[in-house]
Design a protein around this ligand. Structure first.
Ligand SMILES: [Mg+2]
Length: 335
């Protein structure tokens, strides 16, 4: 099917863009302005809601009136997490515009920063429920971690100034590597004790972690289950081996990691101040109780890569026809 920005949409929608002004560069801000005007030309009502402080996106999402057709979270995984938290168990569907550093959720679900694709998605995509999880009352949607990576997250958030890049993580990882104490933990999942000892634990709803590392590779955000990965680890040498193996995508030996798909996880510390992170944000200390919340978030399901390519091609064709307005080409260039 072909789509033109000059041909109004059949069903005008009411869209809200919740935008984190901290994430992304100036070029991305220009793209958002283009997206906004493209939606208006299609006859949709659009309002941009910039976030002003941590947690603001959750409040903005939770207060949206019922007539809002869909919310677009513009930012990285932190913004996605905040917006989604405000939409839990509510009918308003969510779409993502990836504008952060990693964009793990957007990548996994298939969203791209492409104007033609997003408009097509808003106007035609089916609504699909995906899973959430709660840890000590706080929702998350991608991956939570206990121990080493939570310490890295805490160092990054202390040193963060504005937009972060992958390099922002280098020194925090280095410092954590040399200072980490490898705390002992006890992990009980679905009522059974799976692990007691020094180790790092991850709870994943989606397969990829920072730097695209496959920490919970079989995680599926539609199966109602939490993927639990425990890496027994009592020394820097073991940590280096785990890291290298994950980084090189080498298979783990059965004895190296404990991997289960469960619904309920309790992690207790054998010592104080063991940190927890959820989707890259600090989330306090152990003990932690993770509970699966199946199908609690409604998203607009992106097209498969093949369908998306078809939309982009029809978009390009319409932009090169003589009658096409000049902004069409500009949008295709951005996309
Ligand atoms: Mg799952």
């Amino acid at each position: 099917m072909s789509m033109s920005a000059e041909q109004p949409a059949i069903h005008p929608g009411h869209y809200r863009l919740i935008v984190n002004p901290q994430s992304g560069s100036g070029r991305r801000r220009q793209l958002i302005a283009l997206l906004e005007s493209a939606l208006r030309r299609r006859g949709h009502e659009v309002r941009v809601l910039p976030t002003q402080h941590a947690g603001h996106a959750t409040l903005l999402a939770a207060e949206l009136p019922a007539e809002v057709t869909a919310v677009i979270a513009v930012g990285g995984d932190g913004t996605f997490r905040e917006v989604a938290a405000g939409l839990l168990d509510r009918p308003t569907p969510l779409a993502l515009w990836p504008a952060g550093t990693e964009n793990l959720a957007a990548k996994h679900l298939g969203y791209r920063a492409n104007i033609a694709e997003l408009i097509h998605l808003l106007e035609t995509a089916p609504v699909e429920p995906i899973d959430a999880a709660i840890c000590n009352g706080q929702p998350f949607f991608v991956i939570g971690g206990v121990g080493f990576d939570a310490e890295v997250v805490q160092r990054v958030s202390k040193e963060r100034r504005g937009h972060i890049s992958r390099w922002t993580y280098f020194w925090p990882i280095w410092k954590t590597f040399w200072n980490h104490r490898f705390p002992a933990i006890r992990v009980v999942a679905d009522g059974t004790e799976f692990f007691r000892g020094r180790g790092i634990a991850f709870v994943g709803l989606m397969p990829r972690y920072a730097l695209n590392l496959p920490i919970t590779p079989t995680a599926d955000c539609r199966d109602g289950l939490l993927d639990l990965c425990i890496m027994p680890c009592a020394s820097r040498l073991t940590l280096a081996r785990h890291s290298l193996r994950t980084f090189l995508r080498l298979p783990f030996w059965k004895k190296d990691v404990i991997y289960r798909q469960v619904r309920d996880i309790r992690i207790e510390p054998d010592e104080p101040q063991v940190l927890v992170q959820l989707d890259g944000d600090n989330a306090g200390i152990l003990p932690a109780h993770f509970i699966s919340q199946p199908h609690q978030l409604r998203i607009l399901r992106p097209a498969t890569p093949d369908q998306a390519a078809k939309v982009s091609r029809s978009r390009l064709r319409s932009s090169t026809t003589p009658s096409a307005p000049t902004h069409e080409a500009a949008i295709s260039d951005w996309a």
